[in-house]
Ligand binder design. Structure first.
Ligand SMILES: [Ca+2]
Length: 471
């Protein structure tokens, strides 16, 4: 007899309760079928196979109460690694950072195997993806770097040191009442690139703030500061006053300041917490990637998130999660699938873009004259539907190119999967979430405004399409 809990609305949710009802999502994990039963239900083998899943263990004595475990999918995301570990049944590991978890393959595998822990990890990606760059400070200079501020006043809200915005304590804060533009900052040992900023504002009174209320600045001489990011007061939630944003600048600075611009003299503002993040670290970890790749649920969940998908697919170890889907072609139809193109020039047949040989290439037949633009497509038909997450394209024209990847299942209606703009000469890779399976993938190459001084042809030396490793 197989039993399913009426409170469980989908098959993903089933693994929430794997301590009580062991389940395994079958291979095509994207095909979760929402199910909603009125009561405990006995499933036949036929029903189980219909739903593309199976129960591995069923309690002997009928339904058991749903265990009281944190639900990573619905509760507030947290960067508290200990909570993630508790989801996986690991208590008192002593680990508090993701880096420590990554170093322990047993703990890491348990974490990734648990859907709640993965949900926490995914939903807390601002933190999970990134190790905080500023350590928990216990003074302005301890344990490393230096916290600084426009002022460290002794009143009116107690003595406030700069490090109190960096001490990893959500109740302590730094504040300044003396300056219209006030700031707290951190000095790194060496110039550092930050990719995310988080802050929690103290005493948010929007009417006392300039429109561009918060500004991130960077410097390498501690004198001349460059504005990196401005945050308007309307962007800062008045409910939580907590804010996270991506930083698009790739510049490295040794000195960072987070400034508050206020309009009213003697107004006291500050930050409970300021943190800077780097995106380096997590997914460029072969062990982590291997475990993600081995777990259908983890890899599907992470690959469905654009930030994670990009990080995984562009990491050094992406092949632990993804592998090539087009075999080395020896003709347009051998060994499998079918390559075709809008046209081809001379003997440069379409399959030469998929033959694994960087000395051969496909050329379209339409000459791109100087000053003109041209589009041509090349296409691969799989023997079955495949969800492609990554494209590599080795291209040998000096013209700037737009490449649009589209998918279709009837070879008639195509839907855009990825759009790669401003491609210039060389080998390129692109990652995209693409939740859908397609049998046909078409790449349209638009060479724009030929400025090379000579005629050119649409071209590809090598193209490869990548999908989930185990599907
Ligand atoms: Ca080739």
């Amino acid at each position: 007899m197989s039993i399913i809990n009426k409170d469980i609305l989908d098959l993903q949710g089933l693994t929430t309760y794997d301590e009580k009802i062991k389940t395994e999502i079958a291979k095509k994990a994207n095909d979760f079928v929402p199910i909603e039963y009125a009561d405990w239900l006995e499933l036949t083998d036929a029903e189980k196979s219909l739903h593309n899943w199976k129960l591995l263990h069923v309690p002997d004595d009928g339904p058991e109460p749903v265990p009281d475990v944190p639900d990573g999918k619905t509760v507030t995301p947290t960067d508290d690694v200990e909570i993630w570990l508790k989801c996986a049944g690991i208590e008192d590991s002593g680990y508090t950072t993701l880096a420590e978890v990554m170093a322990d393959t047993g703990v890491l595998s348990a974490l990734i195997a648990d859907s709640n822990a993965v949900d926490y990890l995914v939903r807390s990606k601002t933190f999970a993806k990134s190790e905080a760059l500023v350590p928990a400070m216990t003074s302005d200079t301890t344990p490393s770097g230096r916290a600084t501020a426009s002022a460290e006043p002794s009143s009116p809200v107690g003595t406030k040191y700069a490090y109190m915005a960096f001490d990893n304590d959500t109740s302590s804060f730094w504040a300044d009442n003396a300056n219209l533009t006030k700031w707290v900052g951190y000095e790194f040992a060496t110039p550092t690139t930050i990719t995310k900023l988080y802050f929690h504002f103290y005493n948010l009174v929007a009417s006392y703030l300039e429109n561009n209320a918060v500004e991130l600045l960077g410097s390498n001489d501690n004198v001349n500061f460059t504005s990196i990011k401005q945050v308007s007061k309307s962007e800062i939630s008045e409910i939580t006053a907590q804010y996270t944003t991506d930083i698009t600048s790739s510049a490295s600075y040794k000195y960072y300041r987070l400034a508050i611009h206020n309009t009213v003299a003697n107004a006291t503002f500050g930050f409970y917490t300021v943190q800077f993040y780097s995106e380096e670290g997590l997914t460029d970890n072969q062990t982590a990637m291997s475990y993600i790749g081995l777990n259908n649920y983890a890899s599907n969940t992470l690959l469905a998130d654009s930030t994670w998908c990009e990080a995984i697919c562009n990491s050094t170890y992406f092949e632990s999660v993804l592998n090539v889907k087009v075999p080395a072609m020896t003709s347009n139809t051998t060994p499998s699938g079918e390559v075709s193109a809008q046209s081809y020039y001379s003997e440069r047949e379409p399959y030469l873009a998929f033959d694994g040989n960087s000395s051969t290439r496909w050329n379209g037949s339409t000459i791109v004259s100087v000053g003109q633009s041209i589009s041509e497509w090349i296409k691969y038909k799989f023997t079955q539907r495949v969800s492609i997450k990554r494209l590599s394209y080795n291209y040998n024209s000096a013209n700037t190119t737009l490449i649009i990847l589209e998918g279709s299942n009837d070879n008639s209606t195509f839907r855009e999967v990825a759009r790669c703009s401003n491609v210039s000469q060389g080998g390129y890779t692109y990652a995209f979430t693409n939740p859908d399976d397609y049998q046909y993938y078409r790449l349209t190459q638009t060479q724009t405004n030929n400025t090379t001084g000579s005629a050119a042809l649409p071209t590809a030396i090598e193209i490869q399409l990548y999908g989930r490793a185990d599907i």
